[in-house]
Design a protein. Structure first.
Length: 144
């Protein structure tokens, strides 16, 4: 192979990826090629730290809105239980789901005291408000 202009190329390790900051004529000026403020403008910050931070930032999913760690309990009123269940029935989250009173069996369920109870009902596996407890026990029912 002959040496001529079209065959010349740089040696493999001569090119460097990193930018020299604050050195030479090209970096004159107030900010010395570091831009304005921020993590990269400070001393002691290597490119690897920035790249790692950027990778973590980009890889985390950004969801719209807000999801609570402890979601609110699903609410069922005493009046609904009185309409949907027969006298002396035992009410569990699975039965509430089957009657479409709740949307998720695994979530917390709370029975509130809105409405009247005329039937003897037994509640199991649900949180109960004081007003609901009073109404259920007055009708002869119980809470397990």
């Amino acid at each position: 192979m002959t040496l001529s202009l079209h065959t010349l190329k740089p040696s493999p390790h001569s090119k460097k990826d990193r930018k020299y900051i604050g050195r030479g004529l090209c970096s004159k000026g107030t900010y010395s090629g570091r831009g304005v403020k921020g993590q990269g403008a400070r001393s002691g910050i290597s490119g690897l730290k920035l790249k790692g931070f950027r990778k973590i930032l980009l890889s985390t999913p950004k969801l719209r809105g807000f999801r609570a760690k402890n979601p609110k309990a699903q609410i069922v009123n005493v009046g609904d239980l009185d309409k949907m269940f027969a006298e002396g029935s035992k009410i569990t989250p699975k039965q509430l789901f089957a009657k479409a009173l709740i949307s998720d069996v695994a979530a917390t369920i709370k029975v509130l005291g809105m409405g009247a109870v005329s039937k003897k009902l037994t509640l199991q596996g649900c949180l109960v408000s004081e007003a609901a407890k009073e109404k259920i026990e007055k009708a002869g029912g119980s809470i397990v």
